[in-house]
Design a protein around this ligand. Structure first.
Ligand code: PLP
Length: 399
């Protein structure tokens, strides 16, 4: 009954989701306090108070026909203008409402822009490790994934391999910084180099290549790290933003695309993306949430809470004998697996009621992703279990 395209998706249903379900099962069996579920990127910090207030105020004060009605498929003009103003204030950009398209979160934003630009057989370059949902998004439009191998020393993109793998079939490149699953932030130098390489290749192949910057973690940066604004380094850049993590609203499904004026055929791309938003069935981003983010455009989540988690967990893992690159942003640690078998390690971890996601789920076997967007208390309670796991795996390498 189901389509050929869906069969592999059904058979390989997301390991992250499977782990999440496993967490619920273990919690029922052993009690929630005895299970250490680090599997899902679901923010533990509540949405800012201002969000709650905005929801209540808007729901009770605005004309319901207007509030809950259809609007332009790109979203409310005043919401888009407020977002553009905020970006301009923060990053010195020059956007207006014609550059902002409201989406149903980043997942939908990625689908919208890929639908707008991909023809069957077009190649899309991604840098391993990466959020594996990209494969499905690219496949939705018959694109082909080209994955650049990971630099496991730094988890920065391997630029020499990147340059070599760009071909006349390359239509887009996806970057994600701060990164899921490594927590690495791409430096300004790296972004400049990516821009230079793409410009050179555009000239060589006489065709545009779109850089898609997937940015759900933009606001989560630690130790004073800055996350450069990518549109400054390359003209054909589209930013895919989400409020899922920055305002802790993943279930509300709200985000936006930035399609700058510098982009070739900007107006046509914007129209195509707006129509893609409609024909993909989103029609428009949720109206109430658009109004809420407009009021909360400069609100911040409690980054300090994630930072405290990061420091506690990173320190605990190192003490238990594990190796990992210290994350600079997002809320994940990508930890090297002793012995290299990430799936076996996840099974071993489960015996300690620790749930983590294998690196294979991010096209980077030999590692596991540990999401620390959990309660500080849970991390504290989990450290003895990690220590035991370290004793078993680091010293003896399980079979
Ligand atoms: N891109 C990356 C790298 C993510 O980690 C996620 C969610 O975890 C998404 C996109 C999807 O985010 P959204 O909830 O905005 O659809």
């Amino acid at each position: 009954m189901i389509s050929e395209r869906m069969i592999p998706l059904v058979n390989n249903n997301s390991a992250i989701r499977t782990m999440f379900e496993e967490g619920k099962r273990l919690a029922e069996k052993y009690g929630r306090e005895n299970v250490y579920d680090f599997s899902l990127g679901n923010p533990s910090v509540p949405a800012p108070e201002a969000v709650k207030k905005a929801i209540c105020d808007i729901a009770s004060s605005e004309d319901p026909v207007f509030l809950h009605g259809y609007m332009s498929n790109a979203g409310y003009e005043d919401v888009r203008a407020a977002i553009a103003d905020s970006l301009n204030r923060r990053f010195g950009t020059g956007f207006d409402e014609e550059n902002i398209l409201m989406t149903v979160g980043a997942a939908s934003g990625m689908n919208v822009i890929l639908k707008a630009i991909l023809d069957p057989g077009d190649e899309v370059i991604v840098f391993a490790p990466y959020f594996l949902e990209y494969n499905a998004y690219i496949n939705n439009y018959d694109g082909k994934v080209v994955a650049i191998s990971p630099d496991t020393e730094t988890f920065q993109p391997k630029l020499s391999e990147f340059e070599e793998r760009i071909s006349e079939r390359t239509k887009a490149v996806i970057i994600n910084t701060p990164n899921n699953p490594t927590g690495v932030i791409y430096s300004e130098e790296t972004l400049k180099r990516i821009g230079e390489i793409l410009l050179k290749k555009e000239k060589e192949y006489k065709k545009p290549i779109v850089l898609i910057s997937d940015e759900p973690y933009r606001e989560l940066a630690y130790d004073g790290a800055t996350v450069p604004y990518v549109t400054k380094y390359y003209h054909n850049t589209v930013v895919c933003y989400s409020y899922s993590k920055s305002l802790s609203l993943p279930g509300e499904r709200i985000g936006y695309l930035v399609i700058p004026d510098e982009m070739e055929e900007h107006e046509t791309v914007f129209s195509a993306a707006t129509i893609a938003n409609r024909v993909l069935g989103c029609v428009n981003a949720p109206s109430l949430m658009q109004r809420v983010v407009m009021r909360c455009v400069d609100e911040k989540t409690d980054v300090e809470a994630y930072d405290r988690n990061r420091r506690l967990l990173y320190g605990g893992l190192r003490e238990a004998g594990f190796e990992c690159v210290k994350p600079e942003g997002a809320f994940y640690i990508f930890m090297k697996v002793p012995g290299g078998d990430d799936k076996a390690f996840c099974e071993e971890a489960k015996k300690e009621n620790i749930l983590v996601v294998p690196g294979s789920s991010f096209a980077c076997p030999g590692y596991v992703r540990i999401a620390y967007c959990v309660s500080h208390d849970m991390i504290e309670r989990s450290l003895p279990a990690f220590k035991r796991l370290g004793d078993i795996t680091v010293n003896q390498v399980f079979s």
